[in-house]
Design a protein around this ligand. Sequence first.
Ligand code: FAD
Length: 402
Amino acid sequence: MPTTIIVGAGHAGGQTAISLRQAGYEGRIVVCGAEPVPPYQRPPLSKKYLSGDLELARVFLRPESFYSANDIELRLGKAVREIDPARRTIVLEGGESLAYTELVIATGSRPRRLESPGATLGNILYLRSLEDADAIRNALVAGRKLVVVGGGYIGLEIAATAKGLGLEVCVIEAADRILGRVTAPEMSAYYTRAHRSRGVDVRLSTAITSFEGNGTVQAVVCAGETIPADVVVVGIGIVPEADLAAAAGIRCDDGIVVDERCATSADHVYAVGDCTRHPNPILGRTLRLESVQNALEQARTAASNIAGTPSTYEQVPWFWSDQFDLKLQMVGMSQGYDTIVQRGSMDADDFAMFYLREGVLIAVDAVNRPREFMACRKLVPQRPSIAPARLADESIPMQEMV
Ligand SMILES: Cc1cc2nc3c(=O)[nH]c(=O)nc-3n(C[C@H](O)[C@H](O)[C@H](O)COP(=O)(O)OP(=O)(O)OC[C@H]3O[C@@H](n4cnc5c(N)ncnc54)[C@H](O)[C@@H]3O)c2cc1C
């Protein structure tokens, strides 16, 4: 019987197994995960699970019974230590070897770590796993001082959640604006105002020199000032988990390099999710994405190819972030825009920012505007030319934009 082994029981790994069965694959499926729990969703870990508003059972991709009912073997709590593409085997922690017909690498990513003096003090925490979220949740006690290092989506979501739990929250960002890697200065300024007006102390252009404490952290030392802290959460980006693939001789370049079928440079080896660098024919370049959409769609593509129906992955990226009462939904990649158009009101927290390049709509950031988001998921892949005045005009419904 053919055997597909999936390395990594996260969002992409779990979805690959689910999609294989949905596609009618009748071979053996083994999902090997380093974490001791079945595949789960990470987005709630900085949002409703962290705030205590979502119970654990709802974080999992499927209940555990789903896997046995669908003849999917979960090997949890043991990392895969080695892949041998020539012999088509993997070796698990402890030495057990398993043979595969097809292999899917879905190892995700790990948080980039700070190396400043004192960075290993207690209560300096990172967020990637359920275990990390539980540790942070225990540390987020009302009245405590939280310093979040990094003004990216995850840091800002944690800041918003912690503020809601009654902590004093300070966000430290080294660059001169938050969300600088992913959005326009106008959006960065809006989110800075949104956090400040809700009581978060946002410090820009602030570099950390060290941490002070006695066993556990007590302060974050920056150039020229010392910020008291009972808890620090660091969110300064991720590193794709590609070491296993690289050691197996599989081509990597800031991620495991795959083609549009999610196939790697090794025969019978696919890779999906955060760990990959993949081509996007619509954007005309390769990229690495850290998003649920990417994890799910690459998983479906690899599963379809393994199950015998050729499939390619070509989609405009989309993403979301929840902070306070603000639901941000994004479509496309705004980098390289030459015109930005606002529809709606920033003061009312109800607007969309459209990005155009040479008259063509390439991306949107929508705050509490699901209609604009949904419309743009259809529009952006079509590369439509739309006059900025039409986009800004609230009297013209989104469906009539083209
Ligand atoms: C706090 C947080 C909030 C997020 N919010 C959003 C959001 O709002 N919207 C959005 O689109 N995306 C969000 N993301 C990103 C999204 O969760 C990821 O893009 C997605 O989880 C990627 O899925 P993956 O399967 O590639 O990686 P993961 O879900 O990280 O799974 C990888 C798994 O592989 C395991 N593994 C690694 N190495 C090995 C090994 N050698 N052997 C066995 N197992 C191994 C890991 O332990 C892990 O369980 C968020 C992420 C985090 C951490």
